[in-house]
Each structure stands twice: as structure tokens, then as C-alpha cells.
Design a protein around this ligand. Structure first.
Ligand SMILES: *[C@@H]1O[C@H](CO)[C@@H](O)[C@H](O)[C@H]1NC(C)=O
Ligand SMILES: *[C@@H]1O[C@H](CO)[C@@H](O)[C@H](O)[C@H]1NC(C)=O
Ligand SMILES: *[C@@H]1O[C@H](CO)[C@@H](O)[C@H](O)[C@H]1NC(C)=O
Ligand SMILES: *[C@@H]1O[C@H](CO)[C@@H](O)[C@H](O)[C@H]1NC(C)=O
Ligand SMILES: *[C@@H]1O[C@H](CO)[C@@H](O)[C@H](O)[C@H]1NC(C)=O
Ligand SMILES: [Ca+2]
Length: 454
């Protein structure tokens, strides 16, 4: 029934590990490169020839019979701008090295002095002339105290130097900690940027480059697509399932793309259309998603989080009742926080025809509410679990003015108001007169980048 999800889970873990290893080594590589080239400018640049095709796929050698051709991918040169503080690490590091050298010299000097002083004292008591010095007995006494003074001075210098080193070492450690975090984030964002640059260049290549045939026949077209709008941009026009990677560091997964509604490019988060899937599910189910992407499903809160994190998204909700009335609601911002923040909902301004049921009034407002499921009560209703009562996982307040994950009723129903619900639907009150609650034939939630222009 749901072939996508169990397969996706183990793939996710492997992916995470692999990505992490790769990332760590990238950061390390960036770091060691800097250490090696510390007196270069901070920016490492290598401008490509503006007219050359930036992405090139070359066949190397002959193709084996039936086997795959080995291809070589030339990516555009990398430009990494490192944070200013990085220079500071180097400075401090050098200072510490210098101080260490000074201390070593002082130490050696000190030992020499001591040895010499001891020598002198021994020889002094024996009353023997030291060859080469040409000084005897009484004069030696002066020489010894002189040397002792020097030794004392040197050892106090040594102590001071040691203190300085400790202080500097402390600085260095602090800088290291701060900077390694910064640098990691920094490299992350650069990698993300680079990926999108490569994607764009790929689009250009296929239309302008001389080696067009080669590229067209190549097995690699584009590295990643973050959401359905990016498939739309490269000319995909059929509503289908596609694989997306909203976060290059994280896993990729299948989504259903609506390429028709209002210009297309929509990544679908939820569909209700026949009641074939039971939406009374656990926290874990809502976390990873359930159902069938081509029929009814909940994409999964983790995936929704990643999608809404990667770009600023708008939300569109489409509803149809059993009288064939079709209305929609549009929110000009939509974000779902991560699991640690209980998938808190953030919605922007409303526009549309179905009414703003997500932000109905002061006491019924789903904006900024946590996700609640029958087994996880994060709602604002103190004496019970709204998710349990209304058979749904949703961003419950105390409790609801909208609930698109309620039970699927094939007609009007009586009893607990636990069906698919949109509180601003026209005639909602009339239906309730006979103690009947109206239900919906279809519901759909989908998102698209705010910047997208069909
Ligand atoms: C480091 O800088 C010095 C002085 O600016 C320069 O003479 C030297 O060639 C540089 N070393 C490297 C490896 O670039
Ligand atoms: C990505 O890099 C390009 C070129 O350096 C820059 O113009 C663009 O603003 C960057 N985008 C992001 C999201 O950092
Ligand atoms: C849906 O699942 C819930 C929880 O497992 C169960 O209590 C309920 O009976 C199911 N509903 C239907 C219509 O199968
Ligand atoms: C991938 O995304 C999930 C869901 O937000 C998150 O729990 C996980 O930590 C992410 N993994 C990485 C490597 O960022
Ligand atoms: C909202 O709806 C109004 C009225 O139909 C329309 O003029 C406006 O452009 C819409 N705004 C957005 C952001 O879609
Ligand atoms: Ca509660």
C-alpha cells in the first residue's frame, strides 16, 4: 500500500551518515587548505572562462557492450569566501609558535648559564685558574653572582612567557570553537548555493553549448531539485510523482507535483478524496507520512519541515463539498518548524474564496500552534487531547476552526464534529441546524515558493 515510506526510512539514515562524513571532510579540507596558504588573500578565486560551457560531460574511452559509458563531470570552479575571524586564528597561532620558540631559547640559555655558574663555583673553590677565562678566585665570586642574577632574571622571564602562552592558548581554543561552527554553517550554505548554481548552469548548457548532443545523451541532467517548482522550471508539465531534495544535506524523497492548478509547480502535502486512508494516526505516522502519493496521503511532518525551510513557501488549500462547490484558501507564507519545536505552524496573510478558517478568531486560531496527534497532546485545551477527540493529527488550538485531517464521511453526519472541517465554509451553520454536520468530498494542501512565477 505504501511502498515509498519504509524504503525511505533506511535510505534516510544512510544518506545522513554519508552526507555527514562528506561534510566533515569538506570542512576539514577547507581548514587545512587555509592553514597551508595562510598568507594568501582570504578569498580563493579562480574565474572560469565566461564563454566556456561551465558544466561538461565527456565520454572517456569506448563504451562497453551494454555497459555504461564512464563519464567525467567538470564542475565550475569553487569560490569560497571565508569568515574574517579565520585570519585571527592564524595570527594567534603564529604568536603562540613564536613565544614557544622564545621560551625554548630562554630555557636553553638558562641551562647554559647554570652549568657555567656551577663550573665556575667548583673551579673557584679549587683555586684553579680556568683556562681561557684568565680570571681567578676573587673575580670569580663576582662572575658567579652576576650569572646567578642573570639566571634569576631569565627564569622570571620564562615564567611570564609561560603565562602569556597560557592566555594565548585560551584565546586560540575559544576562537577555534566559535569559528569551526561558523565555518561549518558557512560551507553548508556555500554548498547549497553551489548546487543551485550548477542547476542553473545546467539549464543554460542544454540550450547554448556546442556539445549539446553530448549533454542530451548524457545520463546526468541535473543534480538536485528542491521542490516541484524546479521541475516545472525545466519543463515538466505532467502532474506526477517526482523526487525532491529540499535540503542537500538531508535525504531526498518522492512527492506528488500538481503542475496544473493556478500555474502549476505545487508540491502536494495532503490529499483527501475517497476515505481509503485512515487519518487517525500516531505522532510517528504523521512524522514520516502515510498513505499513497497518487491517492490519499499525508506527506509527513519532517518532509514538510524540510520543504518549508528550504524556501519561503505559500500554502494553497483546495476544498470541494458534496454539492460540487469548489473553493480555495491561499496563505502567502507557510512554515512548519522541526520536531523539536513540535512542528509548530506559521501562516501568513489569507487570500481566497473559502474563508480564513485557520485564523478564525482570537479563540480559534491555528497559527503558531503545535502539532497534536491522538497520542501526543500539544494543544491548548487543558482538560483533554483535541487530536484524540477529533480523530486527527493537526495544529489544534482549543480545539479547532479547521481540521483537514478529520474522518472522511461520505455524506452529512451526526455526533462528534470529527469530520474534515473548514469553519468558514458557506452554509456551515445551516447544515448544523438539523444537528447534521457537513462533510467534504475532497481536500488538498499544497505549497509553492513565494518567488515562483509560472
Ligand atoms: C607569503 O608572504 C610573503 C610576504 O608577503 C611572500 O614573500 C611569500 O612569497 C608568501 N608565501 C607564499 C607561500 O605565498
Ligand atoms: C549564491 O552565489 C551567488 C554568486 O556568488 C550570489 O550572487 C548569490 O546571492 C548567492 N545566493 C545565496 C542564496 O547565497
Ligand atoms: C482508524 O484508525 C483508528 C486508530 O487505529 C481506529 O480506532 C479506527 O477504528 C480506524 N477507523 C476506521 C474507519 O477504520
Ligand atoms: C534531516 O531532517 C530531519 C527532519 O527535519 C532531521 O531530524 C534530521 O536531523 C536532518 N538530518 C540532517 C543530517 O540534517
Ligand atoms: C488577493 O485577492 C485579491 C482579490 O481577488 C487580489 O486582488 C490580490 O492580488 C490577491 N493577492 C494575492 C497576494 O494573491
Ligand atoms: Ca490538551
Amino acid at each position: 500500500m505504501l511502498p515509498h515510506f519504509p524504503a525511505g526510512v533506511s535510505a534516510t539514515t544512510e544518506m545522513k551518515l554519508a552526507t555527514w562524513c562528506w561534510l566533515s571532510s569538506a570542512v576539514l579540507a577547507a581548514y587545512s587548505f587555509l592553514v597551508a596558504a595562510n598568507n594568501e588573500t582570504e578569498e580563493i578565486k579562480d574565474e572560469p572562462d565566461k564563454h566556456a560551457c561551465p558544466v561538461r560531460l565527456e565520454s572517456r574511452g569506448k563504451c562497453g557492450e551494454g555497459g555504461e559509458c564512464p563519464y567525467q563531470v567538470n564542475l565550475p570552479p569553487l569560490t569560497i569566501q571565508l569568515p574574517k575571524q579565520f585570519g585571527r586564528i592564524e595570527e594567534v597561532f603564529k604568536e603562540v609558535q613564536n613565544l614557544k620558540e622564545i621560551v625554548n631559547n630562554l630555557k636553553k640559555c638558562c641551562q647554559d648559564c647554570k652549568l657555567q655558574a656551577d663550573d665556575n663555583r667548583d673551579q673557584g673553590t679549587n683555586g684553579v685558574l680556568v683556562p681561557g677565562t684568565g680570571v681567578s678566585g676573587g673575580a670569580d665570586e663576582n662572575k658567579v653572582t652576576e650569572l646567578e642574577d642573570e639566571v634569576n632574571k631569565l627564569s622570571s622571564d620564562l615564567k611570564n612567557a609561560k603565562k602569556d602562552i597560557d592566555v594565548l592558548q585560551g584565546h586560540l581554543e575559544k576562537l577555534n570553537l566559535v569559528n569551526m561552527n561558523n565555518i561549518e554553517n558557512y560551507v553548508d550554505s556555500k554548498v547549497a548555493n553551489l548546487t543551485s548554481v550548477v542547476n542553473n548552469l545546467d539549464g543554460k548548457c542544454s540550450s547554448k553549448c556546442p556539445s549539446q548532443e553530448q549533454i542530451r545523451s548524457s545520463p546526468v541532467q541535473q543534480l538536485i531539485y528542491k521542490d516541484c517548482s524546479e521541475y516545472y522550471k525545466i519543463g515538466k508539465r505532467s502532474s506526477e510523482t517526482y523526487r525532491v531534495t529540499p535540503d542537500p544535506k538531508n535525504s531526498s524523497f518522492e512527492v506528488y507535483c500538481d503542475m496544473e492548478t493556478m500555474g502549476g509547480g505545487w508540491t502536494v502535502l495532503q490529499v483527501r478524496l475517497d476515505g481509503s486512508i485512515n487519518f487517525t494516526k500516531t505522532w510517528q505516522d504523521y512524522k514520516v507520512g502515510f498513505g499513497n502519493l497518487r491517492r490519499e496521503f499525508w506527506l509527513g511532518n519532517d518532509k514538510i519541515h524540510l520543504l518549508t525551510k528550504s524556501k519561503e513557501m505559500i500554502l494553497r488549500i483546495d476544498l470541494e463539498d458534496f454539492n460540487g462547490v469548489k473553493l480555495y484558501a491561499l496563505y502567502d507564507h507557510f512554515y512548519v518548524a522541526n520536531e523539536f519545536l513540535k512542528y509548530r505552524l506559521h501562516i501568513g496573510n489569507y487570500n481566497g474564496t473559502a474563508g480564513d478558517a485557520l485564523r478564525f478568531n482570537k479563540h480559534h486560531n491555528h497559527d503558531m500552534k503545535f502539532f497534536t496527534t491522538p497520542d501526543r497532546d500539544n494543544d491548548r485545551y487543558p482538560s483533554g487531547n483535541c487530536g484524540l477527540y477529533y480523530s486527527s493529527g493537526w495544529w489544534f488550538d482549543a480545539c479547532l476552526s479547521a481540521n483537514l485531517n478529520g474522518k472522511y464521511y461520505h455524506q452529512k453526519y451526526k455526533g462528534v464534529h470529527n469530520g474534515i472541517f473548514w469553519g468558514t465554509w458557506p452554509g456551515m451553520n445551516k447544515a448544523q441546524l438539523g444537528h447534521y454536520k457537513s462533510s467534504f468530498k475532497e481536500a488538498k494542501m499544497m505549497i509553492r515558493p513565494k518567488q515562483f512565477k509560472p
